[in-house]
Design a protein around this ligand. Sequence first.
Ligand SMILES: [Zn+2]
Length: 448
Amino acid sequence: MTQLVLSGCYVLTMDAARAEHPSGYVVVEGNQIAAVGAGPVPDTYAEARVIDAAGCLATPGLINTHHHLYQWATRGRAVDSTLFQWLTELYPVWARIDAQVVRDAATAGLCWLARTGCTTSTDHHYVFPRRGGDVLGATVAAARDVGLRFHPTRGSMDLGASSGGLPPDDVTEDLDAILAATSKAIADFHDPLPGSMLRMGVAPCSPFSVTGELMTAAAGVARDHGVRLHTHIAETADEDEYCGEHFGCTPVEYLDSLGWLAEDVWLAHGVHLDDAAIARLAATGTGIAHCPSSNARLGAGICRTADLLAAGVPVGLGVDGSASNEESSLIGEAREAVLMARAAGGPQALTVRQSMELATLGGARLIGRAGELGSLEPSKLADIALWRVDGLAHADIADPVAALVLGARPPLELLLVNGRPVVEHDELTTVDERAATKAAARAAAALR
Ligand SMILES: [Zn+2]
């Protein structure tokens, strides 16, 4: 089996002891990590291909727990709006997406995630125009092209404006059609085996775009197939108000009443949470995908990250859709998570290492793969980011982890996904970035 050794780098393992090796090595065998340690590479690996990684920082590949990849084609719109204003402006544009637009937008979004250290991404796709073709399949094809581990979710909306929802009726689907398409997507794409490169999830969109009937039925489908559940919750004050008006309770109480607080559920945002909601999330093991840039871009508020972690709630990071993030860099979210937590709660509210934990182990836990992903340890999958921290922006910074999280985004010397190089010397190796850029521009132009 091919052996590859990263030698002489600073190693942030994220193992149980949170060990760090200022000069260490990582050995990769096939698609798994074979050894990690301090000092020079043991003689046992004399025959392996050795990469001189001096001046670099090795971290577990980052895990993105919330995204809407198709939105790459609709960035730069409604730039000074609240979530509800932004959605209202964008729904009619999204109603015109098709499989080609989604393929090109998703390819660009995944390329950028790879360039920013991400090895596994989820996607929440919930817009299925009647004549749009196989838009979910387009995201799957894009992930195969780029080479990232992919956890797409079959999203949905069935509560249109005529029934009291926010989206126009023409971007919603019929409940039975949604359930049938969801089961089909799981049958077509889901791979439950260890080392899987693709696992499906089920993800009705939000309390103001989905009926309670769909929430309950979708949970049934997911649990029948053993796949995970995902949705948006407690993102804005407007949503809080909507839930009070329509359901007579808070968003988290609403989810609780639908059987949606459980260990197989992770929720995007969780910004507007009271103490009771946080306690309930912790007691049920329900996870939160924290999306700081999107929350700031839309002026939604600041997630109570420190309180969630103190209560024991599983927390990961997400870039959220490209149209509410605009940059969609996962290492950027690690930085924003620290800054936002500290802006709200002081300098001890979140450490740079805690933020890296959210971006790695935290994300792995949210998608049910903490046994395989999220740390550099023997027998885990070889998803590794190797950051160059000896250039102009970072050379000789006292703490390389602080350089990565608080400093400028470092060049990515190498990104391995399942042992395969996806980025080398800060360039994609799997797809032609210039061609992907042109295709993404065409996709955006097609919607204007
Ligand atoms: Zn979202």
